[in-house]
Ligand binder design. Structure first.
Ligand code: ASP
Length: 292
């Protein structure tokens, strides 16, 4: 089985002027994931590595750079899933950690739970030795302009820079990770699609894997990621499945911002989005490409 890493930096309309930097950030994340795979690492290690690079990069709405909620605070959602045992872990509305994806993986591997939220997630992170940081450290990049009072309104149109990665390793294991600061101006405590299984992401070695981005309130209503995986299981290519699930979403919910990347059990990839851009990059059989 030839290894694959497929990464996106969010589907959005308002980063036309930052495209070159976005491409560079997504490239760095993709190569970080590939480095893990090429050294024989697991798909889970690869997606965690890729997502951590983007959480550390203030251009993306994840970790550093997370959009601010209506209280002008950072609250983040993240999830990981692996496709062999359907292992799944997520955190929601977590604060004061730089890499929520790491905490999501610890939930999966070190607890008997799937989702841990808010203060409990922060306490769990601390107990697991994950360093906490002042919230101000996470307010960076695209989130800084949201400190203006007029920006304290919920703006689903300002979803966009959520990050995600899918990997398949040499053993054929599929894994996915996503991380987000969520939508700008969201209510404190609001949870989007990203940490919810089948909505923000899904992985099942028998079906394929998906990582989504966009208006979480819309995506969760149609189980966006699981629906895409089901379409691949019905025989659609990842590209056909990505386009079809996006069409289904728009028919059901109406115009709404969304994007998705997919990998099927054969390691083939596909992507679709209805925004100006969704920077996405792939390395498969050692070959790199990037699109937006
Ligand atoms: N899906 C994310 C959310 O609703 C936002 C995004 O993808 O940009 O929280």
């Amino acid at each position: 089985m030839s290894a694959v890493i497929f990464v996106h930096g969010g589907a959005g309309n308002d980063f036309d002027d930052r495209l070159a930097e976005f491409r560079a950030g997504v490239s760095r994340a993709t190569w970080a994931g590939w480095q893990v795979l090429s050294q024989g690492g697991s798909a889970l290690d690869a997606v965690e590595a890729a997502v951590c690079v983007m959480e550390d990069d203030p251009q993306f709405d994840a970790g550093h750079g997370s959009f601010l909620n209506a209280n002008q605070e950072v609250e983040m959602d993240a999830m990981v899933m692996e496709g062999a045992q359907l292992g799944y872990g997520s955190v929601a509305a977590i604060q004061r950690v730089a890499n929520p994806v790491r905490v999501a993986r610890l939930v999966m591997e070190r607890t008997r739970h799937c989702i841990v939220v808010g203060a409990g997630a922060e306490q769990f992170a601390r107990q697991q030795g994950v360093p906490l940081c002042p919230m101000e450290e996470l307010v960076a990049g695209s989130s800084t302009h949201l400190l203006r009072p007029e920006d304290r309104v919920f703006r689903p149109g300002q979803a966009g820079d959520t990050v995600g990665a899918i990997a398949m390793d040499a053993s054929g294991l599929l894994a996915v990770a996503v991380s987000t600061g969520g939508t700008a101006g969201k209510l404190p405590g609001r949870v989007g699609d990203s940490p919810i299984i089948g909505c923000g992401a899904y992985a099942d070695n028998a079906l394929g894997a998906a990582a989504a981005t966009g208006n979480g309130e819309a995506l969760m209503k149609v189980l966006f990621s699981k629906s895409a995986c089901d379409l691949m299981a019905q025989g659609l290519s990842p590209q056909q499945a990505a386009e079809q699930v996006l069409g289904q979403l728009e028919r059901k919910i109406g115009p709404t911002q969304a994007g998705i990347i997919l990998v099927n059990p054969a390691g083939e990839v596909g992507a679709a989005f209805n925004t100006h851009h969704m920077v996405h990059a792939c390395i498969r059989a050692g070959e790199f490409w990037i699109k937006d």
